[in-house]
Structure formats: C-alpha cells, structure tokens
Design a protein around this ligand. Structure first.
Ligand SMILES: [Zn+2]
Ligand SMILES: [Zn+2]
Length: 252
C-alpha cells in the first residue's frame, strides 16, 4: 500500500476498504490493518506522515510544522544562530510555515493570489483628472485612492498552482526533437522539473523576512534564510518518501 491510497480510507464514501493500487497486487486490507499500519508509520516516520496527512487535508498541519521547526533549530545555521532565542524561534516558525506551503502546493490546484492577497482587487493611489464642468476653467489632477482589478488573478482572488509551462502535466512538447522525428516528442518540463506545479517564489519569503529583520543583507538571505527554506522543502519530500517506504514495509 502506498501513501496515495490512504486518503480513501478516510472517505466515508469508500465502498470497499481495500487497496486497489495495482503495485500491491490487489491485496485486500481491512480497516483494522490500515489502522495498525498507520500507527506503525506514525511512530517510525512521524514527520513525513504528518506532512502527508496535512497536505491531503486529513490532519491539521500544526504537528508537521512543529516537526519542521525542530529541524530548523537543529540545523544550526550560522545566520540564525546569531539571533536571540525568541527571534530564532519566531524565524524558525516563519520559515517552516513557508516551506510547508511550498510542499503542500503539490496537492492543491488553487491557492490564494499573493498579488492581491485574495481580494481580487488592488488599491493604489493614482492621479485622477477632475473636470470642473465650467468653461474656461482648467481640469485639475488629484491623487486619489482607487481600486483596480488584480491583473495576476483577473479578479478571481486565487491562482492555479499548476506549472505555467506544462499546465500541471509535468512534461512539455520537445519542439526540436518533434521536428527531427516528425512525431510529437515530450520532454520533462524544465520549469517545474516534471513536478507539474510551480514552486512558491522565494521573493515572497524574502519580503516576509525583511519585515522582521531590519536591513536584511544578501549574505543573510542567501546563506541564512533562503538556504534554510531550500533545506526544509527538500526535507519535506525526503520525509514523505521515508513515510511511504515505511508504509509499504508494514503493509507488505
Ligand atoms: Zn490577485
Ligand atoms: Zn511544468
């Protein structure tokens, strides 16, 4: 049994409680088997299991984020080490939440538009021409706060997390080879590396961190915060893979 098969055990609509994934050879598992297997995976690969359950919306992400915070603190990053205890804990939480959002995007198809913060409109100050309506009197220009439709999400307030190049398929047409062979040839999408979804831009995290750290330097960003985020996201995927391996072992 693999992790992907788990969510259906949580769905009350599941007609049969068996794992129909072909890779397992169709071995029927009872709900008791699944519960026992879950207990084992939870104890042996808790971070990966918590991450996966949270990503699928089965469990609150708090325990997964707590696990990531502990990981950040154990990294002993030189930039974070310079902070006081309270600031370091606050940063660790901020970085863990960001990395979790990046990881969880793989399961979501839509997310809040970062450009307008989900409002669909953007408020900005613009010069507005005022016509007095009186002949001979010149129009005046005044700066006014106006609302404009968000161009990023076209007013919807949410954007697709699917990769813009391959639209979530993970592969794209290889034009060169297709022409060469005269048949459509696909290649792994270069933008998302075949994952099919777009990564959360780290510029967003930089903005958040800049609000907390005065005069954030490039050194602090690249060797500190950005480095920790990358390690965290990698950690999420490694832990999920580990939990998957454990689940296969116990349901073999
Ligand atoms: Zn928007
Ligand atoms: Zn792609």
């Amino acid at each position: 049994m693999n992790l992907e098969a788990l969510p259906k055990f949580y769905s009350p609509k599941s007609p049969k409680l068996n794992d129909e994934t072909p890779a397992t050879g169709g071995v029927a598992l009872t709900i008791t088997d699944v519960m026992a297997a879950q207990g084992l995976v939870q104890s042996q690969a808790s971070l990966g299991f918590n991450l996966f359950l949270a990503k699928m919306g089965i469990q609150d992400p708090q325990s997964a984020i707590d696990g990531l915070v502990n990981y950040v603190l154990a990294l002993n990053n030189p930039v974070l080490k310079k902070l006081g205890d309270t600031a370091r804990a606050e940063m660790a939480l901020c970085l863990a939440q960001f990395a979790y959002s990046d990881y969880a995007r793989s399961a979501a198809s839509k997310c809040q538009c970062q450009h307008c913060e989900g409002k669909g409109v953007i408020r900005l100050v613009k010069p507005v021409v005022k016509h007095p309506g009186v002949k001979g009197v010149e129009a005046t220009i005044r700066n006014e706060s106006v609302e404009e439709l968000c161009a990023q999400c076209k007013g919807k307030g949410e954007v697709s997390t699917a990769c813009r190049d391959c639209h979530g398929r993970g592969f794209a047409l290889d034009r060169k080879r297709s022409e060469l062979h005269g048949v459509p040839v696909n290649k792994v999408c270069g933008r998302c590396n075949g994952k099919g979804y777009s990564r959360l831009p780290t510029t967003l995290a930089r903005r958040q961190i800049s609000a907390l750290v005065a005069d954030l330097t490039d050194y602090q960003w690249y060797n500190g915060y950005a480095d920790v985020i990358n390690k965290l996201v990698t950690k999420c995927w490694q832990e999920e893979t580990f939990a998957e391996k454990k689940l296969r072992e116990v349901t073999r």
